[in-house]
Write a protein that binds this ligand. Sequence first.
Ligand SMILES: Nc1ncnc2c1ncn2[C@@H]1O[C@H](COP(=O)(O)OS(=O)(=O)O)[C@@H](OP(=O)(O)O)[C@H]1O
Length: 297
Amino acid sequence: MELKCLVWDQCNKKLHLSELLQCIMRVVVHFPLKSVSALHWGNIVCKNLIFSGTTWIQEIVDMIQHDGDIEKCKRATTYLRHPFIEWVLPGPFSLELAEAMPSPRTLKTHLPVQLVPPSFWEQKCKIIYVARNAKDSLVSYYHFHRMNKNMPEPGTWEEFLEKFMAGQVLWGCWYDHVKGWWEAKENHCILYLFYEDLKEDPKHEIQKVLQFLEKDLENEVLDKIIHHTTFEIMKDNRMANYTFQPPAVMDHSISPFMRKGTVGDWKNHFTMAQNEKFDEDYRQKMARTNLAFRMEL
Ligand SMILES: Nc1ncnc2c1ncn2[C@@H]1O[C@H](COP(=O)(O)OS(=O)(=O)O)[C@@H](OP(=O)(O)O)[C@H]1O
């Protein structure tokens, strides 16, 4: 609750994005909102989500944009192919990378809808949002905190569960994030996908992406994209599985980035009591939306 107020208060006062993000995400971001707004982004496809299959949709979009050419999609790591606009990385700054790329560029962001640079809307960027059910997102996020040394210590599973429910995690409150983007799709160019649907029927969901990006590919190429973007293949793809990060940043021996890639792993983490408490809280927070998730397939 506190975090949510902080975001809105500071947005209303038009503070710099860097100040906002330092508060919210405890990372240092060097570009102020003004300079981001002033950029001409062109026709960008970007993905906005919170620990829900970003890397997966990035690979799908890249394969689509390169007509299923696997070698071209292995030209660089995920980070370099798709600048992560709010994250400061060693090496070239994400924004510089983005500016050097020809349109249509593909960018990555986890920002909640109210923090997206206004130019995204002004330039009518195409946005693909992938949402994942809260319980699996939470489990995945917890393990990511354990293995990623740039993230705050998650504490115990029980402690992290409480923080998640309270929205006291990086990129803010899951409930507000998914609802915010769900509402925004009524007025903007947003394709809202669900991780569970992608898992259940990748062909159907990738066809939606093709249509959204106004691309037409042969059936054979589509099958190639489906295969190349399966969990098993991506787990072995060094350009997508984050093993390119040194262990001091991501320690895959604690928990691999490509961990399980399933729906329903939350059942291996929640106790019965935790599940009941979570469900009750969830009902309240999601009461006034028609946005519905599947917790299992
Ligand atoms: N191809 C494919 N199929 C199924 N699942 C996949 C795939 N690629 C990534 N993943 C899973 O997505 C989880 C990581 O989420 P993100 O990519 O959004 O992480 S990040 O926020 O961008 O760092 C993480 O989920 P968990 O395995 O449940 O932890 C990844 O395994």
